[in-house]
Design a protein around this ligand. Structure first.
Ligand SMILES: [Zn+2]
Length: 407
């Protein structure tokens, strides 16, 4: 029989990685206002290794000690984890090990919210990959995903043996958090061209719309309670979106990709609606009630092109960050190229890095009660459900809804 190394060399794996089974418990504390705060207690078992390998055709797979593939749905299962379901998350860790190396002697403690954030970011990254590739683009869905990735607070987890993982801290989020609202002089800011003070506007160079934008004082300096003629607030209460206007006027010297993000969100908010906040599962709350109509009217070709550009840059930043600790690592046993993978989550992202999304994409099942993901080739773009039972469930659901609406 072939040894592990020989088998792997022959099958053309790009990397292998060993994780360990883990044992999980749940701690529940409560906040002062009585909200339950769940923490995961987890410890690894070094006597139970779980081996993974990456093959270009199948992504990251689980292999046995002889090097044969035993499970090729490692990533699909992670993507299909329901948001906020701690039991399912625990099952996943027990099956495949934790996302970073952890102690085998003491139970470590992690906030469940942090873990959900890490998993959700990966799910959204893959959803975004898929949404960008779809021929019929759902721009609103792309906007939601981009907003979540760009504007939500990064999370860092550190284990007892000092292994750590942090989600991508996007530049935009850093600018916004570092800006002092009262000052126009932070960051890489250049003076705007204040053409004529009696005209009461700034002329702002605008890459998305092409022409310089007239930013009137009334738009730039609105009072907190100012409303438009229909009574809709001119302000977002969320600091992130509030700050965009400030960056639009002052941060003209940002690198082009970052400047594009500022311009896009400035126009989105001034033409369509301020964004009040991003909910925990990425849902956006808009301050205007007629968002749908305004979106149809104002979300033009220049905004669509900008959004796709921004989505691509966001995706690149997210994946590049997640794999930044992976290094080339020459394998002298095989006498060939290999990669050092610091932790399980980096391995998963690395398999996205290598995934050719012109060839394969992950799609979410069309059955709303399933929510699972499956990997398909882009030539098989018709497949909407993970299997026949989901297809049937969805068609029965449509049938029931039709019947109800006729009654
Ligand atoms: Zn399904």
């Amino acid at each position: 029989m072939l040894s592990n190394t020989e088998f792997l060399t022959m099958s053309g794996n790009l990397f292998t990685f060993t994780n360990y089974k883990s044992d999980c418990r749940i701690d529940i504390n409560h906040t002062d206002d009585g909200r339950p705060l769940k923490r995961l207690r987890i410890k690894s078992d070094p006597s139970k290794p779980i081996r993974f390998a990456y093959t270009p055709q199948r992504g990251m797979v689980r292999i046995n000690s002889a090097g044969s593939v035993t499970n090729d749905a490692v990533l699909d299962e992670l993507l299909s984890l329901p948001d906020g379901n701690l039991d399912r998350l625990i099952n996943y860790f027990e099956k495949y090990g934790f996302i970073i190396p952890i102690s085998s002697t003491m139970y470590e403690s992690y906030k469940s919210d942090d873990l959900f954030t890490i998993i959700r970011r990966m799910q959204y990254t893959i959803k975004l990959m898929t949404k960008i590739q779809e021929p019929q683009k759902d721009y609103m869905a792309i906007l939601y995903l981009v907003c979540y990735l760009l504007f939500t607070e990064p999370v860092t987890i550190t284990s007892l043996n000092n292994a750590s993982y942090d989600t991508c801290p996007h530049k935009m989020w850093q600018y916004i958090k570092n800006t002092d609202l009262s000052s126009d002089n932070d960051l890489p800011i250049y003076p705007s061209k204040e053409v004529d003070a009696t005209d009461q506007y700034f002329l702002i160079p605008d890459g998305i719309k092409g022409n310089d934008y007239k930013l009137y004082f009334t738009e730039y300096y609105p009072g907190f309670n100012d409303t438009d003629p229909f009574g809709n607030p001119l302000h977002s209460n969320d600091i992130a979106f509030h700050e965009i206007r400030h960056l639009f006027k002052n941060a003209l010297g940002l690198p082009p990709r970052e400047r594009q993000v500022v311009e896009f969100f400035f126009h989105f908010q001034s033409d369509i609606s301020p964004i009040c906040n991003i909910g925990p599962c990425g849902l956006l709350k808009f301050s205007k009630s007629d968002v749908t109509e305004r979106y149809k009217k104002f979300f033009d070709a220049s905004m669509k092109t900008a959004l796709i550009d921004i989505a691509k840059t966001t995706l690149k930043t997210e994946i590049d960050h997640a794999i930044s600790a992976i290094t080339p690592d020459y394998d002298t046993d095989r006498m060939s190229a290999s990669w050092y993978i610091p932790d399980y989550i980096a391995g998963l992202y690395f398999s996205l890095f290598y995934m050719d999304s012109n060839m394969v994409i992950y799609r979410q099942c069309g059955n709303p009660t399933c929510g699972g993901f499956f990997r398909i080739s882009t030539t098989n773009s018709k497949k909407r459900y993970c299997d026949d039972s989901c297809r049937n469930a969805a068609s029965q659901r449509r049938h029931r809804q039709k019947k109800q609406s006729q009654q």
